[in-house]
Design a protein around this ligand. Structure first.
Ligand code: ZN
Length: 438
């Protein structure tokens, strides 16, 4: 069975819904334009256009009217999920527009986070931070990280980069092997591979050019296959790449282009599923652990490293959110504005270092905070969808785990509820009928 052509082709039947889905693509692109303006960059400096804001608000109102009309119409299971997804998409943009671009609105960061990530997200983040402080897993993972010397991890010398280029093909073969061995795909994946640009600091998948660029810091410089590097290849190539590929024959709102892909819209579940892909492929890596040599290169240590990665993001996010929270208080003097988040952080963690060390945190744009939230919240949301799927199919069977992976990679959904409706509804029925679930 061809995964992308037969299992992943979906169409909305209701004509009004089809039109709404087109409008939401337009809305996401317009909102993306606002983000682009705010972030600035060559050749224009930062600016925010009132015309773009007006256009986004007009689209929000039009979509809200359309959504209201469709509420009482009876739809098939797939269309019903898409309707929920469009509604969630519009709600998040509406709330973001109000919070960031409407000077008359007295919105609060806690409310915005609730709209985007669910009720109680603001307090949930602070509770997660408290959990991190006493985590033994993180203590061990950070010790591993620390034990690898700076020079081993510093691959930006040209000679080192040149040597790493020779390793890329080997990883490409391993990713292909994981896809075939687990039954995820039969055909050969075609894409380009590169190291990410010097000092870039992370890996990424670019779907327009079909390029995976990998952070050189992940590799072993002794030429051995690195479990950490392979784990990240899995994220970019099995996660992001297949997410796009399996969404090609879906409504356009579920297959965003570069301009319409937003961190608080498709980004949350997009990163969530890419992180889940790492868990999925880890089983294969553990079964093939003889591939990996060296003390810090054991697939068993990967979950700890991933936990550390997420927790480090959480740290700065909580600080950013506290700083945002403070800008909302009218009685704020400049002094309080700069110091209160650090004081609250010190209270939360019980550690005065956070208050006394002025430069421990970065000052960041809201876009950067949202970008990091994708991982923290997307992971939780995707795990919830997987739990719902576990009630329907037996995950002890490898074929079913692969089927679940194929299902989670279909569509860039905004709403976790809509994705759950789709995965456990029409998609589950199709997978069963196709004999993909045993
Ligand atoms: Zn990613």
């Amino acid at each position: 069975m061809k995964v992308d052509k037969e299992l992943c082709a979906w169409e909305t039947k209701n004509v009004s819904l089809k039109r709404l889905d087109g409008d939401r693509v337009r809305l996401n692109r317009t909102y993306g334009l606002l983000e682009h303006q705010a972030l600035g960059g060559s050749p224009y400096p930062t600016f925010i256009s009132g015309e773009t804001i007006k256009e986004a608000n007009v689209l929000v109102s039009r979509l809200e009217r359309g959504l209201n009309k469709l509420e009482s119409v009876s739809l098939n299971d797939f269309d019903a999920a898409v309707l929920v997804d469009v509604g969630e998409n519009v709600r998040r943009i509406h709330a973001s527009m109000n919070y960031l671009y409407n000077p008359k609105e007295v919105a609060k960061i806690a409310n915005l986070l609730s709209v985007i990530y669910g009720n109680g997200a603001y307090t949930q983040l602070q509770a997660m931070l408290k959990g991190v402080i006493h985590s033994r897993v993180l203590h061990r993972a950070s010790a591993d990280d620390f034990a690898r010397t700076w020079i081993q991890r510093e691959p930006e010398f040209e000679s080192v980069r040149a040597a790493l280029l020779g390793q890329l093909e080997k990883y490409k073969e391993l990713v292909q092997k994981i896809c075939v061995d687990t039954g995820l795909l039969e055909d050969k994946l075609e894409y380009d591979l590169a190291l990410s640009p010097p000092l870039f600091g992370f890996s990424f998948w670019d779907d327009t050019t079909r390029l995976a660029a990998m952070n050189p810091k992940l590799f072993s410089q002794d030429g051995n296959v690195s479990a950490t590097a392979l784990n990240h290849f899995n994220h970019e190539i099995i996660g992001h790449n297949l997410n796009f590929r399996f969404s090609r024959n879906m409504p356009r709102g579920l297959l965003p282009d570069e301009q319409g892909y937003l961190t608080q819209i498709q980004g949350v579940l997009g990163e969530g599923v890419a992180l889940y892909t790492m868990d999925f492929a880890l089983g294969w890596m553990k079964r093939n652990r003889n591939l990996f040599k060296g003390k810090f290169n054991d697939p068993e240590r990967i979950p700890g490293a991933e936990e550390l990665y997420i927790s480090r993001k959480l740290w700065q996010i909580v600080y950013d959110v506290l700083a945002f929270h403070d800008t909302e208080n009218e009685d704020n003097t400049n002094y309080r504005r700069e110091h209160r988040p650090k004081l609250v952080f010190a209270e939360l963690t019980g550690n005065p270092r956070f208050f006394r060390d002025f430069y421990l945190f970065d000052d960041r744009t809201f876009s950067e905070t949202l970008a990091d939230l994708q991982y923290v919240m997307g992971r939780i949301q995707t795990k919830n969808i997987v739990s719902a799927l576990r009630k329907e199919i037996d995950f002890r069977k490898p074929k079913n785990r692969t089927a679940a992976m194929k299902m989670l990679l279909q569509g860039f959904w905004t709403s976790p509820q809509a994705k759950k409706m789709f995965v456990t509804g029409p998609l589950l029925a199709r997978m069963k009928a196709a004999g993909e679930i045993v």
